[in-house]
Write a protein that binds this ligand. Structure first.
Ligand SMILES: Cc1cc2nc3c(=O)[nH]c(=O)nc-3n(C[C@H](O)[C@H](O)[C@H](O)COP(=O)(O)O)c2cc1C
Length: 326
């Protein structure tokens, strides 16, 4: 897939998920075949103020390219400045978030609230395109209000403003989590624009990927929750499409190595205590596929230091000499 000047080496991407897709997980997904990764969303305002905490939050590693930096903004001037910052930071693309459904974000007129105002989106995207050396992309929902699809008009306007690709998560911003995504909206957007369209939402297993391609005609599929604790879905899905056979998940030994790499990364990124606490929910997901996962997961849910975590790995998952965080 080609997104503006950037070649994407495949048609499966990792959907950004706050508190899950920082660099330790993103680079694991890249290795399994995710062809494009994106940072968790930040506010353009924070980028423009060059807040160190925001920079730390969107930090990435050299082996993650191509990587998009994502922000939310409803103001063309602010979005232009934030785009310049993302360019300076070395992102391959800059992605505008029109999907965040959090109350406070919607209350500020940002994220998913922007789906109500396609004209405003067009102005913001045009300002970003003008300010950027790298392609601008947009991740959007079906619309703001249930039943009121604005994605098609918004997509057309984004294309007119110079956006290089779109990702469509076809749920509404209000009452977001409950309803199933409506893939027909992805198909409608695909028909409406010439730039690449990435479909997203409701991929549970590898077989769903083929279904989304054939039902929507999308150019790529973004996988979110189905990759948590199972990043090998990026290896399984293309193999299933190519051969009709689903490769088995990795052996426990390989999963353990992935889990430890993930843990090492979180400790490097957040420090021992926060990294170990953040690893709890990731451990819960990896545990679902590990033979001895249940007692391991129970054991790590209260831990907050490396010594105890590594002792639990040794006790439940074996590997006394497994390299943990320093
Ligand atoms: C915990 C969580 C955090 C998310 N954070 C973001 C985010 O920062 N930016 C964004 O564009 N989408 C975010 N999303 C939405 C996902 O990218 C994706 O659109 C949604 O989960 C549907 O895809 P899935 O069914 O494959 O998970 C988040 C979703 C979840 C579950």
């Amino acid at each position: 897939m080609q997104i503006g000047s950037v070649t994407i080496p495949g048609n499966l991407t990792l959907a950004p998920m706050a508190a899950y897709t920082s660099w330790p997980f993103r680079r694991i997904c890249r290795r399994f075949g995710a062809a494009l990764v994106t940072t968790e969303v930040v506010k353009a305002r924070e980028l423009v103020r060059r807040m160190q905490a925001t920079y730390d939050y969107i930090a990435f590693k050299p082996d993650e390219h191509p990587i998009a930096g994502q922000f939310m903004s409803g103001d063309p001037d602010e979005a232009a400045e934030a785009t310049r910052v993302m360019n300076e930071l070395g992102f391959d693309m800059v992605d505008l978030n029109l999907g965040c459904p959090k109350r406070r974000v919607i209350g500020d007129g940002l994220g998913g609230a922007m789906m109500e105002f396609p004209e405003k989106v067009e102005q913001v995207v045009a300002a970003m395109v003008k300010a950027s050396r790298v392609p601008i992309t947009v991740k959007m929902r079906a619309g703001r209000w249930k039943g009121e699809v604005t994605a098609v008009e918004t997509a057309r306007r984004c294309e007119a403003a110079g956006a290089a690709a779109l990702c469509i998560h076809p749920r509404f911003s209000e009452g977001a989590a409950v309803a199933a995504p409506d893939w027909a909206v992805i198909a409608q957007v695909k028909q409406a624009v010439k730039i690449p369209v990435i479909g997203n939402g409701g991929i549970h297993i590898a077989a769903d990927v083929q279904k989304m391609f054939s039902e929507t005609g999308c150019d790529a599929v973004a996988i979110g929750q189905a990759a948590i604790g199972r990043p090998w879905i990026f290896r399984q899905a293309p193999a299933l499409i190519a051969t009709g056979l689903l490769p088995p998940p990795p052996a426990d030994e390989e999963i353990r190595a992935i889990l430890l790499e993930h843990y090492r990364g979180l400790v490097e990124l957040h420090g021992e205590r926060k990294g170990t606490v953040m690893m709890r929910k990731q451990s819960c997901h990896y545990s679902k596929v590990l033979a001895n996962g249940k007692p391991f997961n129970l054991a790590v849910q209260k831990l907050s230091n490396v010594t105890d975590y590594m002792a639990a790995v040794e006790k439940y998952l074996g590997a006394p000499n497994a390299p943990g965080p320093a």
